[in-house]
Design a protein. Structure first.
Lengths: 267, 680
């Protein structure tokens, strides 16, 4: 109950701040011929209905899927998605991130995030992001406050650590990273890893304390265009510590190696 | 210096009279500080030149022979332009385009200096449009920049431009609304001089270069905003790593990769949009269509090159045919013969070529980022073609482009080589003009305009400046009264009173904004220097004689001899990764306008902190490039600032108004590299 309220408050705040900043950032003045008032210095002042000479603060939208793939180890197959996107200007963006895994109609790892994003002053390539994360899947629902950074570290490493807090003093952390290694101009080898940490166990979701799980892989994709690149790869999904124990108790594997086939997409 | 006589019609008359080409002699004697007589003779030469039976360039005939593929030429004082949406197919795909009077590029407008022209522009597009007269010195409300000069031309409306034409030369016009230039709203502008054209030629052709993509301009731009290296298919790969290890060794390859990796930048970042999506057009013709210009062997052919592209800097040459550059940005320059020149977006160069052989030549324009090319043919008969040269290798940025090279890349003079005496010899010269960069600035010391202006060593040169005036000008600066005219054979150089001349200018620095890294600024170049003698990335050591900015020396003296009273220092900044561009770390929407006082003379100091070239264009006023030519500094409207370069130019703020000041790379401008300059 309390978590739902917290979520609502956060979302409302995020949406409000977003709306305010983007509305002020853009002017969509209609272009009408109008007499131009003249200032005392004889330099005509632009009429209020004139357009801006350049629109350098446009609201743009972006959606990408880093993972949109089938995973198989022979007898078992699963579907995995990991996507993100944003709408906004250079300095104010509203991000959403979504990931999850479907095995036999059961969704797990259903992690949906709604974040407000701004560049970090004095850093060239990193943004901070704050907002909410909701675990929406076949398990019990959880809502978290989220605070993280995302961007390009030195040597072209893409890096996104995020910290989550929820009611009951639960703290969680996630590290995500990947690197695009260009074998040719279009053939890309991408190592990728995601790790989750939890301060407290959440037995209902099968989560233990400490390093809970790791999802990593290497994908080899061919960019037919920047926006469309099918890939083939290998992934390893493992659970550790207490989480692994819960898995064993539930008769689940603690480590899986799978062949993946998927598409990188963006728009 | 090339033989001037070949380019001046006055020559014929003068020759019959005295047996020596007038201009040649004048220029020779200028250096001897004795001009009075020759200048008068030169004017006389002009007066009688009209009587001489000279072969003059005629557009009509020459153009008719190439008309199948050239935009039409409109002459007169009243013009009606209809801007319409069309579809064209340059790449095998029919795409939306804009035509003017049914032509892409739009018709070539031919004006006469001294006329008052009226251009009625009717917008048949579903969106607002505009036409900006690039390089024209006209009232601000006629400048055609929506949001600064006027509201734009709404759909279905007609806007009537009317202004006196007070200059001559080659210019162009284009839309200033969104990315309409990219899809065809461009055209050439030719203004015949009121006096006799100092450039002699038998044929006259416009060569308007542009870039075209079957991806619509908004998608081009938003792709860059979302993934700035979207069009870079020259990335460093595992393959290039192995190649580099083989040629340079493992250690230096790894060191180099790490050095670039630390900044998250890449040396292959040459052009944000390039041949991976663009094809390149010459007068609206793809290379396959092969635009052609005809000549008879022995004729002097004037080619007016205009770079009307959105994002492409071109390297132009005609293999087998030296080109003599006679005009830059509409202003005559002392002829300089080259094999190749780089033309930034929005720049113009007029060249004279004189093919003697009865054979075809390829006019070859390759973009800086190579890949594809624009091409046409110069031929004695229609249907001829010449060999197309291979594309040059892809250029790479160096640490010098990053402003990190220190003195390592400077050639010649080391600081240690400069004796105290030499330093002493610089007394009285305005060291301020050299900026605060100290050592790197020394590299191009001999290019510093303040020094070259008086480099002949004695102040007596100044008295000659007065002597050569036909009419002694008033010493009162024409503050806001009339604009300074374009330098020409009859213009005089305004000199300040001697007291002011001798005094050091009071230079108030327009605070160099302290920059820090951040979302808008990925790099602040540590070492910047004028790179005026540097032909540019990709042109070094190619075995051809390539024009540099240091080669440009105006044919006529600049008209404003006053020292600047202010310096306006602006850093060209950007974040390539985020595709944010601006000045001093600010996008247009974040920044305040730059204010100039009507009548004042200021020095613009541009420091490029990015690793790309930016062709910077100031509307409405001339930019007098300080390239070491002193009072013969070339008047330009668009100036390429190279990576890690520090370039200065002088501006006489003689025309009131709100003027646009921006990078002419279309998508850099849209991403914020734009300022308003208010002259009031």
């Amino acid at each position: 109950m309390r978590s739902r309220l917290a979520l609502q408050l956060v979302l409302a705040g995020v949406l409000l701040s977003f709306a305010v900043t983007t509305v002020s950032a853009q002017d969509a003045a209609p272009q009408v011929d109008a007499p131009t008032p003249t200032s005392p210095l004889d330099v005509p002042t632009p009429a209020p209905n004139w357009p801006k000479p350049v629109k350098d603060n446009r609201v743009l939208t972006f959606v990408t899927f880093d993972q949109l793939e089938g995973r198989t180890n022979g007898p078992n197959t699963s579907f995995r998605w990991d996507g993100e996107g944003w709408i906004g200007t250079d300095f104010n963006k509203f991000w959403f991130k979504s990931e999850g895994r479907v095995i036999n109609g059961v969704t797990s790892d259903g992690d949906q995030e709604f974040l407000y994003d701004r560049p970090i002053p004095h850093l060239r390539y990193f943004d901070w992001q704050a907002g909410a994360r909701v675990d929406i899947d076949s398990g019990p629902r959880r809502a978290w406050l989220a605070l993280g950074i995302q961007g390009l570290a030195r040597y072209f490493f893409n890096f996104a650590p995020t910290l989550y807090v929820r009611d009951g003093g639960h703290v969680a952390g996630r590290l995500e990273g990947y690197y695009d290694l260009y074998l040719t101009q279009r053939l890309i080898l991408q190592p990728q890893v995601e790790m989750n940490f939890y301060s407290k166990a959440d037995r209902a979701r099968g989560i233990g304390t400490g390093l809970s799980d790791l999802d990593g892989g290497v994908r080899l994709g061919y960019q037919f265009s920047r926006k469309f690149a099918p890939y083939i790869g290998y992934t390893y999904t493992g659970t550790f510590g207490q989480t692994a124990t819960f898995n064993r108790q539930g008769g689940q594997p603690t480590g899986e190696h799978r062949l993946v086939l998927g598409i990188w997409l963006w728009h | 210096m090339a033989n001037h006589s070949a380019y001046f019609p006055g020559t014929a008359t003068e020759s019959s009279e005295s047996g020596a080409p007038a201009i040649t002699r004048m220029c020779a004697q200028e250096r001897g500080h004795s001009l009075t007589v020759t200048r008068r003779r030169f004017v006389q030469g002009i007066a009688v030149a009209g009587l001489a039976a000279l072969v003059e360039g005629k557009f009509n005939q020459a153009a008719a022979q190439a008309i199948a593929q050239s935009p039409p030429i409109l002459t007169g004082t009243h013009f009606d332009l209809a801007i319409e949406a069309h579809h064209v197919d340059f790449t095998g795909r029919r795409r939306k385009a804009i035509k003017i009077n049914g032509s892409l590029p739009g018709p070539t407008l031919k004006w006469r200096e001294g006329d008052t022209v009226t251009v009625a522009v009717t917008n048949h597009l579903p969106e607002a449009t505009s036409i900006h007269w690039h390089g024209m010195r006209i009232p601000a409300e006629m400048d055609g920049v929506p949001g600064l000069s006027f509201a734009g031309i709404a759909p279905g409306k007609t806007f009537v431009y009317r202004f006196p034409v007070l200059q001559n030369g080659t210019y162009w016009y284009h839309s200033h609304s969104g990315s309409q230039e990219q899809i065809g709203l461009i055209g050439a502008l030719i203004i015949e001089p009121q006096a006799k054209d100092p450039i002699a030629y038998d044929r006259d052709y416009v060569v308007l270069l542009s870039d075209w993509s079957h991806t619509d301009p908004d998608t081009l731009y938003t792709n860059l905003k979302k993934q700035s290296d979207y069009y870079n298919y020259h990335k460093r790969t595992a393959g290039t790593f192995i190649d580099d290890v083989e040629t340079k060794g493992l250690r230096s390859t790894v060191t180099d990769r790490l050095a670039w990796g630390r900044t998250d930048m890449t040396p292959t970042d040459i052009a944000d949009v390039n041949s991976s999506t663009y094809i390149y057009l010459m007068n609206g013709n793809s290379p396959g269509a092969n635009w052609a210009a005809l000549f008879n062997p022995g004729e002097r052919v004037r080619l007016r090159f205009i770079n009307g592209s959105s994002m492409t800097i071109f390297d132009v040459r005609i293999p087998g045919l030296p080109m003599t550059v006679v005009q830059a940005d509409g202003n005559c320059v002392q002829p300089v013969t080259v094999d190749e020149f780089r033309i930034g977006v929005a720049e113009t160069y007029d060249v004279i070529v004189q093919p003697h052989e009865d054979k075809a030549y390829t006019i070859f324009a390759q973009p800086e980022a190579r890949g594809r090319y624009a091409r046409g043919t110069l031929a004695p008969r229609t249907g001829m073609t010449a060999e197309i040269p291979p594309i040059d290798p892809y250029p790479y940025r160096t640490m010098a482009d990053m402003g990190m090279a220190g003195m390592a890349h400077t050639k010649g003079m080391k600081m240690g080589g400069m004796s105290a005496d030499q330093m002493q010899g610089m007394n009285g010269m305005q060291m301020e003009g050299m900026g605060g960069n100290g050592m790197p600035a020394m590299k191009d010391m001999n290019q510093d305009m303040n020094m070259s202006e008086i480099k002949d060593g004695d102040m007596s040169a100044m008295s000659h400046m007065h002597m050569d005036q036909h009419t002694e000008p008033s010493n009162d600066p024409p503050v806001g009264k009339t604009p300074f005219p374009q330098p020409g054979p009859r213009t005089a150089r305004l000199m300040p009173p001697p007291s002011q001349m001798m005094a050091r200018p009071t230079q108030t620095l327009e605070g160099e904004v302290p920059l820090h890294l951040g979302p808008e600024v990925v790099m602040v170049a540590k070492n910047t220097s004028p790179r005026l003698r540097d032909p540019g990335d990709g042109l070094d050591g190619n075995g051809r004689r390539v024009l540099t900015y240091a080669d440009l020396r105006a044919l006529y003296r600049g008209v404003d001899g006053r020292q600047p009273t202010r310096e306006i220092i602006l850093h060209l900044t950007g974040n390539m990764e985020r595709f944010i561009w601006g000045f001093d770390g600010q996008k247009f929407s974040q920044a305040e306008p730059i204010h100039l006082k009507l009548g004042e003379r200021v020095r613009f100091v541009l420091i490029n902190d990015t690793m790309m070239e930016h062709p910077i264009h100031l509307h409405g006023l001339w930019s007098e490039l300080e390239n070491g030519s002193g009072e013969f500094a070339p008047y330009k409207h668009t100036i390429i600032v190279k990576p890690a370069e520090r370039v200065t130019y002088l501006v006489s703020a003689d025309t009131p108004g709100r003027w646009a000041f921006h990078c002419h790379l279309q998508y850099h401008m849209e991403a914020g590299m734009f300022r308003t300059v208010i002259v009031s």
